[in-house]
Design a protein. Structure first.
Length: 463
């Protein structure tokens, strides 16, 4: 193998017992959930890889901070600790804690855009795209062509196609484009990183046309680690130095802190220096999230967040974190499983259109693989293919994803090496028996972010 497993830089103090279920029981649990992976009860999951958001194991220091937290409504100590961390790590003047990343998007996007406006990104994640649509604006993606080729070994497959970006701005009109966003790492492309050079060039274009440049910072620390290990000129720089340079090119960020700051609940908006935007963010936070000092969070959550900002950029932790994901990826790549390669930061993305060629894209092969992994191993992943895309808001036609990915996220500081190897064996088994699993059809859906609550049924009985 090309990547050795990296030892965990921590020891385990507490364990949670896992419920053992049979294959027959899991088929019934899946039926009861209407074949929606979100609706399976967590107690019936052996290894939950649906998301890495809020599912990490907090440290002893984070738990200790929670025990001594300030729960005051106004002027709470935790707010100033988060503000100081954001000023120190990112170099931004203002930090606004909110209850999670979606709240950050809801508050920030309402300050920036409205009906008939346009927002452009390397690739919006599903909930981010949903919040743009809710403002009445239209989201457009400009991910580089390399992202579509799962077999291409390129270091930064999450990059913005900057030529396409500038062409889109000129086509749609710079006055209509209210935001350019860089998602780091690029979740929808397979957790693929974005280079510093690409961030710098995107920033230059945004400044040229007077458009605000925002970073979706959910996995900013992982992206910084990839820059350090893959981009020329950054090998001798610290993670902190890379983060500060990266965010220095942007005007603001929105963050789900449930990823790289390793908390179970929390988010943040950062504004570098724009006083007008700071005022708007504060005004919208109060009616939507609560007073600015707590932003929908308890003091305990904010205290854990302040500690997590620093733990998330620890290089030893990141080496282990990225190494564990890459270890799983190399097991699968060596076995010939079609995954987005090289492996990204937070999970494995199986190309289910390739893995299940007997299913057409509108039979949702990523859903078929997700269901099969649960049936065979009690593993919960998730569809990040066409099922996760809502219908086109203008034509109501089913949208086709760039790739039919089943996403398997690795929670932080949670899984052991043997559990990772069990996941690999289960995926390989499903690959070897792919023709036995049916596709799916939609029975009931909502017009926005449907995949969270959709009802499905298999096109033929599950054997």
């Amino acid at each position: 193998m090309s990547m050795d497993y990296v030892m965990e830089p921590f020891k385990i103090k507490m364990v949670e017992m896992l419920k053992q279920t049979t294959r027959e029981e899991r088929i019934e649990f899946l039926k009861q959930a209407r074949y929606n992976m979100f609706s399976i009860r967590s107690e019936n999951i052996a290894i939950d890889m649906q998301t890495d958001s809020g599912t990490g194991a907090m440290s002893d220091r984070q738990w200790a901070a929670m025990m001594t937290a300030d729960e005051s409504y106004g002027g709470a100590r935790g707010f100033y600790e988060v503000e100081a961390a954001v000023q120190d790590i990112f170099g931004y003047k203002y930090a606004q804690p909110v209850h999670q990343g979606r709240a950050a998007e809801k508050v920030l996007f309402g300050c920036l855009m409205g009906p008939d406006d346009i927002a452009i990104a390397n690739q919006f994640f599903d909930t981010t795209q949903g919040h743009i649509v809710m403002t009445g604006a239209r989201p457009l993606n400009c991910v580089c062509d390399e992202a579509a080729d799962i077999y291409l070994d390129a270091p930064f497959k999450g990059n913005m196609d900057t030529e396409k970006l500038e062409a889109l701005i000129n086509e749609k009109g710079a006055d209509r484009v209210k935001m350019i966003m860089m998602t780091i790492t690029n979740n929808s492309a397979g957790g693929q990183p974005v280079s510093m050079a690409n961030i710098r060039e995107t920033s230059r274009i945004a400044k040229k046309y007077g458009i605000i440049f925002v970073i979706d910072a959910a996995r900013y620390a992982e992206n910084a680690y990839f820059i350090k290990t893959r981009e020329e000129g950054y090998q001798d720089k610290s993670i902190g130095e890379i983060v500060k340079e990266c965010f220095g090119y942007a005007d603001a960020f929105s963050m789900s802190a449930k990823k790289d700051t390793i908390v179970n609940m929390g988010g943040c908006i950062g504004v570098r220096e724009d006083e007008d935007l700071i005022t708007k963010v504060r005004m919208r936070t109060i009616p939507l999230e609560g007073f600015i000092n707590y932003g929908g969070l308890s003091g305990r959550d904010i205290a854990a967040l302040a500690v997590g900002f620093y733990e998330g950029i620890n290089e030893s932790f990141l080496k282990y974190r990225i190494g564990q994901v890459q270890y799983l990826g190399e097991l699968l790549h060596d076995a010939g499983v079609p995954i987005q390669y090289p492996v990204g930061g937070h999970g494995i993305y199986i190309d289910c259109g390739v893995m299940m060629p007997h299913l057409s894209w509108d039979q949702f092969p990523a859903q078929a693989v997700s269901a099969a992994l649960y049936i065979e191993g009690g593993i919960r992943g998730g569809d990040l293919g066409s099922l996760s895309l809502d219908r086109d808001p203008d034509t109501n036609e089913q949208q086709k994803a760039l790739n039919e990915f089943c996403r398997l996220c690795v929670p932080r500081r949670v899984l052991t090496q043997s559990q990772i190897e069990f996941v690999a064996r289960t995926i390989i088994y499903v690959r070897d028996h792919a023709a036995e699993y049916p596709g799916y059809r939609i029975l009931k859906e909502t017009p926005l972010l449907r995949h969270f609550t959709v009802d499905l049924e298999p096109l033929s009985p599950i054997k």
